[in-house]
Design a protein around this ligand. Structure first.
Ligand SMILES: C[S@@+](CC[C@H](N)C(=O)[O-])C[C@H]1O[C@@H](n2cnc3c(N)ncnc32)[C@H](O)[C@@H]1O
Length: 194
C-alpha cells in the first residue's frame, strides 16, 4: 500500500515491515506533487523511498502518480516532517534525507514555521544511519543563508560536495520552474559523522 495508514504500522517504523523487504531507505520531507520522489524511485528500484507531505491535496496527487507508475518501492505518509522526526522514525534508520525547496516563510512573524531549525537538525542526525546524508536545496536567498547557518552549527555532520551529491538526482517540480525563471539554486550536502 503506497499510502501508509499509521494505524496499521508499528511505531517507530521498521522498514522491512513498511516495504516488505530489507533495502536502504531514503526519506523526502515535503514531496509536493512528487516529481522528484517518483522519478528517483523509478531510477532506483534497489532503494526504498518514503515521503511525508503535509498538504492532503499534494499527498493524494503524489500517491496517485506513484500508483500509476506501479512503483513498489514508494511509501507516502500525510504528515509533517516534525511528526516523522520526533515520533515515527527509528534511530539510525535513514540513509539519505532530502529536503528540497522547503517553504521559506518570508515574513518575519512566520519565521518560526521554517523547517530548518536546530531541533529538527538534531532529530535528523539521530535518525540517520552512520555516514547517512542530508541533501538540501533552496531557491530563496535569505532562507538559504539561514539554512547554511543552521547546517553549519549542527553537530555530528561534515559538509560534503553538494554538486557531486546531487549529480545523478532528478530535478524537483519547483526546481524546474525556478530554473526557467533564472533563479539561483543553493545546494547543501552533509554527511553524518560515523
Ligand atoms: C515549496 S514546496 C516544494 C515541493 C517539492 N519538494 C519540490 O521541490 O517541488 C514545499 C512543500 O513542502 C510541504 N511542507 C511544508 N512544510 C512541511 C512540513 N513541515 N512537513 C511536511 N511537508 C511540508 C508543502 O506542503 C509543500 O508541498
Amino acid at each position: 500500500m503506497i499510502d501508509v495508514d499509521l494505524d496499521r504500522v508499528g511505531i517507530p517504523i521498521a522498514w522491512p515491515e513498511l516495504f516488505a523487504r530489507d533495502a536502504p531507505t531514503d526519506v523526502e520531507i515535503g514531496s509536493g506533487k512528487g516529481k522528484f520522489l517518483n522519478e528517483l524511485a523509478s531510477a532506483r528500484p534497489d532503494r526504498n523511498l518514503l515521503a511525508v507531505e503535509r498538504s492532503a491535496k499534494y499527498h493524494r496527487l503524489c500517491c496517485d502518480r506513484a500508483a500509476r507508475r506501479g512503483l513498489e518501492n514508494v511509501r507516502l505518509i500525510r504528515t509533517t516532517g516534525e511528526d516523522l522526526l520526533f515520533r515515527l522514525l527509528a534511530e539510525e534508520s535513514v540513509d539519505t534525507f532530502f529536503v528540497l525547496f522547503s517553504d521559506p516563510w518570508p515574513k518575519k512573524r512566520h519565521h518560526k514555521r521554517r523547517f530548518f531549525r536546530p531541533d529538527n537538525l538534531a532529530a535528523m542526525q539521530r535518525a540517520l544511519a552512520p555516514e547517512g546524508r542530508l541533501l538540501v536545496k533552496s531557491d530563496h536567498d535569505d532562507y538559504a543563508t539561514v539554512i547554511g547557518e543552521v547546517l553549519g552549527a549542527a553537530s555530528g555532520f561534515t559538509a560534503i560536495d553538494a554538486e557531486e551529491a546531487f549529480a545523478d538526482l532528478p530535478q524537483t517540480g519547483f526546481e524546474q520552474k525556478y530554473l526557467v525563471d533564472g533563479r539561483t539554486i543553493h545546494s547543501f550536502a552533509l554527511r553524518k559523522q560515523a
